[in-house]
Design a protein around this ligand. Structure first.
Ligand code: CP
Length: 304
């Protein structure tokens, strides 16, 4: 495992190993306090973040290392070919986490960097979110594989890595995605997930009633949410997607765990009362970003 750009490209045994380490790190954080002593994480951001920023920065600190945060647009990555800047930062950073818009830019960064690159969420994949989600599902499911996860909403970067991760870990997945973000279309990933025999695809929102875990996410990507040029498309999406809102009526008396990767938009993809409901494990997912990312950095830097 050199880079982690998506869970589609991460072998199942590597995902399982990271999750096992994450459970240990979460249970006994003090045992890992010095494992990355003297190591540096460079965090590159082209987009906004709350969880990714906080969890990676705290994560490397809790392992004895340090983080340097760089805003892409205030750095010279913005004005020079990525390969030269990537080669330079590899002289000082031991690992890079990048939240970029374009997946092609992330690939260039990974191809040129001499150190591991972690995708902190691009238009196509969000692997560290999916690792935290799988850790959260494991905590609730115990050792059982008789588990069904339904993702309902716009097919996006989160749906891609969740689908890859859930099917690779032996759970069942239902995708209820009437529309997809163009950049997130990945037929190869879907074909691999279907080949496991554990993926069902439907446009019927009532399919959530068969699931143990119901997961939703924003219908509009973060870079477009407040973009005036995107207002018309945002309005269209909110109209088309409203029958796919996760709410009590849609659940029809079923009591799945409720999942969302945050930030939430109450009244849009999820009804407000479900966010804080007793079946919500949304904050567990968010907390587990820290433990999963610590485990991932330990594996990438050979210190697990
Ligand atoms: N879920 C997630 O990636 O959160 P942030 O966008 O706040 O980092």
């Amino acid at each position: 495992m050199k880079h982690v750009l998506s869970l589609h490209h991460m072998p199942a045994e590597d995902i399982a190993a990271v999750l096992e380490t994450a459970e240990k790190v979460k249970k006994n954080p003090e045992r890992y306090e010095d494992r990355l002593k003297g190591r540096t994480l460079l965090m590159l951001f082209q987009k906004t973040s709350t969880r990714t920023r906080l969890s990676f920065e705290l994560g490397i600190q809790q392992l004895g290392g340090r983080a340097v945060v760089m805003d892409w647009d205030k750095s010279n990555f913005a004005i020079s070919p990525i390969r030269y800047e990537a080669r330079y930062v590899s002289r000082h950073a031991d690992v890079i986490m990048a939240r970029l818009i374009r997946h092609s830019d992330l690939r260039q960064l990974a191809e040129s960097a001499d150190v591991p690159v972690i995708n902190g969420c691009d238009e196509r994949y969000h692997p560290t979110q999916a690792l935290a989600d799988l850790l959260t599902i494991r905590e609730r499911a115990g050792g059982s594989k008789d588990v069904t996860v339904a993702y309902i909403g716009m097919h996006n970067n989160v749906a891609n890595c969740l689908t890859a991760g859930v099917t690779k870990m032996g759970y069942n997945m239902i995708l209820i995605t009437p529309e997809a973000n163009e950049a997130a279309r990945d037929e190869e990933l879907l074909a691999a997930a279907k080949a496991t025999g554990r993926l069902e695809i439907t446009t019927d929102p009532r399919a959530v009633r068969q699931a143990d875990f119901v997961y939703t996410d924003t219908w509009v990507d973060m870079e477009n949410f407040n973009n005036p040029a995107y207002a018309e498309e945002k309005e269209r999406r909110l109209r088309v997607m409203m029958p796919y809102q996760v709410n009590a009526e849609l659940l029809g008396g079923s009591r799945p765990y409720i999942m969302h990767d945050m930030p939430v938009h109450p009244g849009l993809e999820i009804a407000e009362e479900l966010i804080e409901s007793e079946r919500s494990i949304i904050y567990d997912q968010a907390e587990n970003r820290l433990h999963a990312e610590k485990a991932l950095m330990l594996h990438l830097l050979g210190a697990a």
